[in-house]
Design a protein around this ligand. Structure first.
Ligand code: HEM
Length: 363
């Protein structure tokens, strides 16, 4: 992430221009102010874009999915324990992180017996890594797979709507989405909303688990079990290497930030990565130190899930999913990593490059 830090360092102003033309707030206090500014937040959420007609509909759908995921947490813990027990001693990452989360959330995302075709395409997209590849050839293949997933999901949405969505507790995330969609949201749009939330749950959580495993593996004393509770590992990993390293949206009305006047439509961003590494707010920010979360006193700004009115609706459940996965992996095991580097692969997310995880019984 050195290039963002370089740009920020070299900028004479509190807001700087990124090479691809969007703007980023450098100063931490100003960044937090922007994220909470009613003017900056008077539009719609960038996460949903124009997929839903109103902000109320965005909030309602986020809450419905979050409630459904939360109700599933005990089942997730059991499914994750089973999935981890079946892992071989050496596993390839970050692929295994995604596969574990996918397996433990399969019945939450699509109820058992529903659309085998869609289930199979989802499994293929998980195997392919679910993120925007920096390589054109991979991107073309991913696009083809994405078109097939949209078609299969749209078909399944139409089937469910024809059957009627049950009024009781949703059977899966798709029921939650269809129950929360306002009238008039077409089948294909509902399918895209489903794929968006699918990605947040499997891919974003899976990569966050991979960062946690990699960093704890690189920084613990050799030969000993990891000395930190899973919760501290999860928090510190998301501070040091936030998967969502930049949050931005179009400025909705003319506004001035850091002395620069912005016209509506200009993309203005805040970087959780930069804020998490601000020396004025964090002690030794470039060191991975999970124990800092047990120390008394204030922490610096922490926004792996953004902040302000557009904060991730699933932040608390996502944190639990990651922590449960790290806990299942570390229980009764010595873990070490090979071939790892802290250098992220950066596209719309920042994810770890390939490494191996070795698990040996601690008993
Ligand atoms: C490690 C996992 C996750 C991370 C790092 C993450 C991060 C984020 C961030 C940074 C945003 C704000 C985007 C913006 O302002 O442009 C966001 C929005 C959102 N996230 Fe997550 N997310 C994660 C998992 C989840 C999960 C599991 C769910 C569902 C239960 C979820 C549901 C949402 C929703 C609905 C929004 C839109 C909120 C709104 O605008 O009302 N996320 N997420």
């Amino acid at each position: 992430m050195a290039f963002v830090e370089d740009h920020a360092r070299r900028s004479p102003t509190d807001v700087f221009r990124l090479p691809w033309g969007t703007w980023c707030v450098r100063d931490t206090d100003l960044a937090l102010k922007v994220l909470r500014d009613p003017l900056f937040n008077s539009g719609m959420s960038g996460f949903f874009g124009d997929m839903l007609p109103t902000r109320e509909a965005q909030i309602g759908l986020g809450h419905a999915v979050r409630t459904t995921v939360r109700a599933y947490l005990p089942a997730y813990r059991e499914a994750m324990t089973r999935a981890v027990a079946e892992l071989p001693a050496v596993t390839p990452w970050p692929r295994t992180g995604l596969a574990l989360v996918h397996r433990a959330t399969a019945d939450l995302l699509l109820r058992p017996g529903a659309s085998p075709a869609l289930r199979q395409l989802q499994a293929r997209s998980v195997e392919a890594g679910m993120m925007r590849s920096p390589h054109l050839r991979h991107r073309a293949r991913a696009e083809m797979l994405r078109s097939k997933r949209i078609a299969a999901a749209t078909h399944h949405v139409a089937e469910r709507r024809a059957e009627g969505i049950p009024t009781g507790a949703p059977r899966d995330v798709l029921d939650a989405i269809l129950g929360a969609c306002p009238e008039g949201v077409a089948d294909q749009r509902a399918a895209n909303l489903y794929l968006l939330l699918y990605r947040s749950i499997v891919s974003t959580v899976g990569y966050a688990v991979a960062w946690a495993v990699l960093q704890a593996g690189l920084h613990h004393p050799p030969g000993s079990p990891w000395p930190w509770p899973a919760d501290q590992i999860t928090r510190e990993a998301a501070r040091h290497r936030p998967v969502v390293w930049m949050v931005g949206r179009p400025v909705p009305r003319p506004a001035t930030y850091g002395g620069i006047a912005f016209q509506p439509g200009t993309i203005l961003s805040v970087s959780p990565y930069l804020l998490h590494h601000d020396r004025h707010h964090w002690d030794n920010p470039h060191r991975f130190r999970p124990e800092r979360w047990a120390e008394p006193g204030e922490h610096g700004p922490y926004l792996p899930f953004s902040a302000g009115p557009f904060t991730c609706a699933g932040a608390a459940v996502a944190h639990t999913l990651i922590t449960e996965t790290v806990a299942a992996l570390t229980a009764g095991s010595h873990l070490s990593v090979n071939g790892a580097t802290m250098r992220p692969i950066v596209t719309d997310s920042a994810v770890p490059g390939p490494f191996e995880l070795q698990r040996a019984s601690a008993r």
